[in-house]
Ligand binder design. Sequence first.
Ligand code: F6R
Length: 607
Amino acid sequence: MCGIVGYVGPQDAAPILLEGLGRLEYRGYDSAGLALSAKGGLKVRKVSGRVADLAADLPARFKGAPGIGHTRWATHGEPSETNAHPQLDTAGRIAVVHNGIIENADELRAKLTADGVEFASQTDTEVVAHLVAAAFAAGAGDLEQAVRQALRQVVGAYGLAVLDAEHPDRIVVARNGSPVLLGVGEKEMFVASDVAALIGYTRQVVYLDDGELATITAGGYRTYTLDDRSTAKSPSTIDWDVVGAEIGDHAHYLIKEIQEQPRTIERALKGRIDERFATAHLGGLNLTVREAREIRRVKILGCGTACYAGELGAQLIEDLARVPATAEAASEFRYRNPVVEPDTLYVAVSQSGETIDTLAAVQELQRKGGRVIGIVNVVGSTIARQVDGGIYLHAGPEMSVAATKSFTSTVAAFALLALHLGRIRDLSPEQGRRIIAGLLALPGQVAQILEQEDAIAEVARGIATSNSMLFVGRRRGWPVAREGAQKLKEISYVHAEAYPSAELKHGPLALVSPEMPTVAIVPDDDLLDKNTSTLSEIKARKGPVIAIAHRELPDLADRTLVIPRSEPELDPILLSIPLQILAYHAAVALGRDVDKPRNLAKSVTVE
Ligand code: F6R
């Protein structure tokens, strides 16, 4: 989705803004632009296309500071140079970059048009530039006052930054429902919508809250509200590094992130396992043992891959803690006036910590008095700050749009939560030790699966030509199948549907034919016989089968990808790794834009 960067300081802003925009590319966008404050007024350049196209398009003398930049993911108006941000007022004095959606844009546009303003673009953002100019015309004394007056008329979600040719020492930013953070440097300041843009420049950041504005100058920052009450804030330190966000020798971020999983799972577990009492320590939950014992139900909310990880989390919690647990798409939950119970623990899962549907579900729960914890990757993100406690994944930046390492780390975090809840109930120390041993073995086992990449790539090239595929699994294999189908379709655009194995007979078996391959999740557990009979049903209809299993299944599968065995509760983590590699190589074979699949964005911050 859209990205914002800004810079105030002694350096030339353009290279800094371009680097920041480059680091936001992973979020998905269709156009990009910059505005700089320079002698004689603002300099603006925009392109419909990539940040590299924008960089190539800049004249040699495109210099100045402060400056603001943007990557746009079209909502109001098609992707085009005119609709790209920054958007300007008629005189070209005010430049605005904006993430989010202004809901009363049509109404404001009509009002401004009646006052004689001519609009250049179809965007909702342009309204803000004209409103700021109108506030100056009506007598606003400074940029802060003009922006506050403009925003008082705006209904909707925004993260925005405003540059004014007449106040060339500052940028004014504001947040309402779309993230904005400030980066604090040495006699220079930055602004961004995502911490990734600041990597390499500063680790000191200030997160704005909804309803807050900030003025940044080279000398520092001031934060305040729409009615100009000061909200003093101190910076916090981010722990991401440049190396983590860089692609290195890898062809794509996606394969880099798949290969990082031995280390990212290790980091999710680090410092959280208590071998003496065979339990997990999760200090960030902010739950006393007594409160944790009083939990009668667990409800997990997330979107897409985060929701599938939640489905596995629900099974872990039921298996290990014997507490009823379910997972649901946050995007559905928030719209159905949910019953919120005081003895239910709500868990919001989000890699980015910015997904609007998940955030809205959290806010609705808290409004009704629900206790919500988060399982989040991005430290300091909106959901991380909104929840009452939680578990950070510490997986490092996930740059590829498709979630991989955050999925396995989330399931590992759920295993810790289930262990913790189980050990204060009836899970025995022996069972606790069994799970701990299983968890500690995971990084090595993931590394073993990664060694099979070439063999999996060969299978992937075989399936890449299919028009459609089925993914089937039972019990814990069912969310694994869902996630496998999701990965394949989102990055290779091959249609894939997941079904619980036993449901095949109730409809989809009609689709099985030599042209429709099935990927079957077949762990060697107590349901093995049931799973092998599903495979026989598929084979009887001449459907090609690729099995992900713990041993060869020669008569039942055309190809078996054999993976190491974990504890049955933890098997899903390992079973999902070949599916990630399969999807990656199918997408590569088809020449897809692997890290930035069409129509998708990394964090979905608008509805
Ligand atoms: C799929 C994918 C999405 C996200 C979903 C939630 O690979 O990445 O389905 O999982 O948009 O995103 P977060 O976890 O950031 O809330």
